[in-house]
Design a binder for this molecule. Structure first.
Ligand code: NI
Ligand code: MN
Length: 225
């Protein structure tokens, strides 16, 4: 499995010839390492309806005929905008041609916010198994004790954890999440995109210490999991 950080909470995952993008916020993302029209994927995983996660999901799915996988209400929202979407809910898992996906809880909100606010169910995180490796993308969330359960149930190779604080975990809580999840590797995300979520990822790495291998990725940079 290869995981490439595309900025904010967006990752491109490649395994066994299949490609998946998670939370493709590229247009309007000052960190974006790829243009939405350059994305060629089999599936688009979306954790929740906020603009910095749903992002370009619908346009990418339309252009590539990729399958959108999202919590039920958000999947229906996408489907009604002309894409193929597969609804799931927290705790449910499914084997897809591109990998095995399970939805995990996330303590956050989920709505598409324009002139109006359309609520899109509960937000989620994803466990993705592909190419013999297991990735956990926490989505936007605060720290919660059931991360320990996720760590017990899944042998996580790579955890992508938000550290931006304010809307999500800050570095200290994210480092504690590493203790609960026990991943082999961890990559911080959801920081420094905007003023409000400025954090020093090196501080996070120090807090993680030897609990996991912490990799700080610049947008566009990838790693072999
Ligand atoms: Ni959010
Ligand atoms: Mn967010």
């Amino acid at each position: 499995m290869r995981a490439t950080f595309l900025g904010h909470a967006c990752f491109l995952i490649e395994a066994e010839g299949k490609k998946v993008i998670i939370d493709p916020f590229l247009s309007g993302n000052p960190q974006a390492a790829m243009k939405p029209e350059e994305v060629e994927v089999d599936a688009v995983l979306v954790t929740h309806g906020h603009g910095d996660h749903l992002g370009d999901a619908i346009d990418i799915a339309k252009a590539t005929e990729a399958l959108v996988v999202a919590p039920y209400e958000l999947a229906v929202y996408c489907e009604r905008r002309g894409v193929r979407a597969h609804p799931m809910q927290i705790g449910g898992a499914r084997q897809f041609p591109f990998g095995w996906v399970k939805l995990t809880p996330a303590w956050h909100g989920s709505a598409v916010i324009n002139d109006t606010i359309e609520y899109t169910g509960n937000p989620c995180g994803f466990v993705l198994r592909a190419g013999g490796k297991t990735l956990y993308h926490a989505g936007d969330t605060g720290l919660f004790g059931d991360m320990e359960l996720i760590g017990k149930r899944e042998k996580i190779d790579l955890a992508c954890l938000p550290i931006g604080d304010n809307f999500v975990m800050g570095p200290e809580d994210a480092a504690y999440a590493v203790e609960l999840l026990k991943p082999r590797m961890v990559v911080p995300m959801h920081y420094n995109t905007f003023e409000l979520i400025c954090q020093d990822p090196e501080e996070f790495a120090k807090l993680v210490g030897d609990k996991a291998k912490c990799r700080i990725l610049r947008p566009g940079e990838g790693l072999d999991v």
